[in-house]
Unconditional design. Structure first.
Length: 239
């Protein structure tokens, strides 16, 4: 950390050296005061980090949050990040890697309607030969396809055979059955020893990694990686 003189812009490596200069020249310090307490910092970046980590406060929005996790989600939202993650096919912008993964896995890309959860997994698997996040599924041929019938009616709603969740329309039950909810997990957290969670979609594991909950990688690294996954030629890494 370095400290600066407001009047002559000289930079000092220690707070003490800067104060000796101020006393000798009669100059004023360039300090950045915390909006939440009496602490002051040598740079705007240091002040912002202190406010975010110690007070859960966003200075740009003048807004407090209940937890550090909540403010991290806010700072990583499109309010602050914009939409810099671009779909490699239709060029629509997204704020996060999770948003792009949802777009592709859900068949929402007009330029790549052939993509779905299974096809995205095949792409990821080809870029991840060592199985960093993709599971090596021997004999896997694709997601199972289910078709609900009137026999699912239990007298009050259409009931899922697997989880017993109820739906008022048959096509809603169909959508549920063919969602990732009852499909095989395709991905696992790369933090094998510290986490080991499994995920049924690319969007789910991207969201897990973006949250930094298992401390495997940083949010920014996930954003860089998703671009290489879908359009680049490099193998998967979070370096």
């Amino acid at each position: 950390m370095s400290w600066q003189c407001r009047d002559c812009n000289r930079v000092f490596q220690t707070w003490r050296a800067r104060n000796q200069h101020l006393d000798a020249r009669g100059h004023d310090p360039l300090n950045f005061n915390c909006h939440c307490c009496n602490d002051f910092w040598a740079s705007d970046e240091d002040r912002r980090r202190h406010e975010e980590e110690d007070h859960n406060y966003c200075a740009d929005c003048d807004r407090w949050f209940q937890s550090y996790n909540n403010i991290k989600m806010h700072l990583n939202s499109r309010i602050h990040r914009g939409q810099d993650i671009t779909c490699p096919y239709c060029k629509i912008g997204f704020a996060t890697a999770t948003g792009l993964a949802h777009h592709l896995e859900g068949g929402g890309c007009s330029r790549a309607p052939f993509l779905n959860r299974d096809e995205v997994y095949k792409v990821v698997r080809s870029k991840d030969p060592l199985g960093l996040i993709s599971k090596k599924l021997i004999g896997w041929t694709g997601s199972l396809v289910y078709k609900a019938t009137d026999r699912a009616w239990n007298g009050g709603a259409y009931e899922c055979y697997f989880c017993h969740r109820e739906f008022y329309r048959l096509n809603s039950l169909d959508q549920h059955l063919n969602s990732p909810a009852h499909q095989q997990a395709l991905y696992h957290c790369p933090n094998r020893n510290g986490c080991g969670k499994e995920f049924k979609s690319l969007a789910a594991i991207m969201n897990h990694l973006e949250s930094e909950s298992c401390s495997y990688t940083r949010f920014e690294a996930v954003q860089r990686t998703v671009g290489d996954l879908m359009s680049g030629t490099r193998f998967l890494s979070f370096g």
